[in-house]
Write a protein that binds this ligand. Structure first.
Ligand SMILES: NC(=O)c1ccc[n+]([C@@H]2O[C@H](COP(=O)([O-])OP(=O)(O)OC[C@H]3O[C@@H](n4cnc5c(N)ncnc54)[C@H](OP(=O)(O)O)[C@@H]3O)[C@@H](O)[C@H]2O)c1
Length: 377
């Protein structure tokens, strides 16, 4: 296992951090029914050198922290750092925050949390957290020793990221990043901004929730043609670990084989490892994925709300994801929700309000019809 610098914190962490959100294949919802299996996966990772574990109050129907707490008995707690999170939705005032943190400490069977994150924030949630005194609360808990580092995880635009990271003296940030998300969310610009401030970055969705593990034919052909043979997973992690700003790459694993494979990969990768030919390969791979895009909808939502309730950006997102990555649980779920809520393209009456509003000038009506036909095949 390679251990990487955590920027200004002056500590090191394992390059591979175990994400505790997906045990038993659940995207993040259903409870880890097979507790023993989850515990053995966690301990397997730690025995292999993992020192960073990521969970959250809400994961696995609020049971992820419980399972992790049990896994960290018998001397395992002392070997690792724990990251967990506070969801904005669960707290309205200081008393709520105190109660929530105490509940998390109880579940995790520990007296302190190493990395405490405001969960999945954007600018609006950050303003909310500030309005209820969360920044003072985090500072106070740090002084009391209940948390070591004050952090946030992020899912929004680069502009929001820049605002939030410059608005407080954060200790760590967690962003979604992989070779397909260089211009999405915080993106490469956000990663570099954090790096320039010495703030360590933890990566989530490094395999886009598993989508990048199974390359489609045109991408696999590029990997096959490269002189050095590596799996799609190895290429994705290798590309990430090349970036010096990154401290930890999280990966949620469901099987012992995945843990073992990731332990092997993270034993070989470090900043600056990619040569020019490898970088060119990953540029080509990204282009090959993008060439599979069905429609260049950016999800700006200018077309919404549709007067007939059609979830236009949602349908286009599913259409693109199925074409780029084949199916996966998250996309399947998104499509099911669209159908269950009656917001499918079958509700479109062709009024054209969306096309008049679309800054990309997309042929929305025709594309919706094609998407719906293909997705319902
Ligand atoms: N704070 C937030 O807002 C937030 C959001 C998302 C994630 N997270 C955290 O970040 C962690 C990582 O994100 P993620 O789970 O989305 O990570 P990810 O690494 O992008 O995806 C995990 C999936 O990758 C596949 N995988 C992992 N190792 C593999 C291997 N060696 N070979 C083949 N497939 C492999 C598995 O897919 P299969 O299940 O299909 O086998 C696994 O479920 C989460 O567990 C969670 O702790 C936080």
């Amino acid at each position: 296992m390679k251990y990487r610098s955590m920027g200004k914190l002056g500590i090191k962490a394992s390059a591979f951090g175990l994400g505790c959100m997906r045990f038993n294949g659940a995207p993040s919802g259903d409870c880890a029914a097979d507790e023993q299996k989850a515990i053995s996966l966690i301990r397997r990772a730690i025995d292999g050198g993992v020192t960073y574990l990521d969970t959250a109050y809400v994961y696995l129907n609020k049971t992820s922290e419980i399972v992790l707490g049990k896994a960290l008995r018998d001397g395992y707690r002392e070997k690792v750092t724990i990251a967990t999170k506070m969801p904005a939705e669960a707290v309205k005032n200081r008393a709520d925050m105190e109660a929530l943190l105490d509940e998390e400490l109880r579940k995790l069977q520990t007296d302190h949390i190493d990395f405490y994150l405001m969960h999945g924030i954007n600018r609006e949630k950050w303003e909310y957290f500030k309005s209820i005194g969360a920044s003072h609360f985090f500072d106070d808990m740090k002084k009391e020793g209940k948390i070591r580092y004050k952090c946030f995880s992020f899912h929004s635009s680069y502009e929001d990221f820049e605002y939030i990271i410059n608005d407080w003296d954060w200790d760590m940030v967690q962003i979604q990043y992989n070779f397909m998300d260089v211009d999405n969310q915080a993106g490469t610009k956000g990663l570099q901004l954090a790096g320039s401030k010495g703030i360590p970055v933890v990566i989530m969705e490094g395999l886009l929730g598993g989508r990048l593990a199974n390359a489609p034919d045109n991408v696999q052909a590029l990997y096959d043609a490269f002189p050095v043979k590596r799996s799609a997973v190895e290429w994705a992690f290798r590309w990430l670990c090349d970036h010096p700003e990154i401290g930890v790459v999280l990966s949620g694993c469901n099987e012992a084989e995945q843990i073992d494979e990731n332990l092997r990969i993270f034993d070989t990768v470090e900043p600056g490892i990619m040569d020019e030919a490898e970088k060119k390969l990953m540029e080509d791979v990204r282009a090959a994925y993008i060439s599979r895009t069905k429609i260049s909808c950016t999800g700006c939502r200018y077309c919404m709300p549709c007067p007939n309730g059609v979830n236009i950006p949602g349908i286009f997102s599913v259409w693109n994801n199925v074409s780029l990555y084949n199916t996966d649980p998250a996309t399947d779920w998104q499509f099911r929700m669209i159908r269950e809520k009656g917001s499918g393209a079958d509700q479109c009456v062709g009024c054209g309000a969306c096309e008049a509003a679309c800054p990309q000038h997309l042929d929305i009506i025709e594309s919706l019809a094609s998407a719906w036909k293909e997705l319902n095949r």
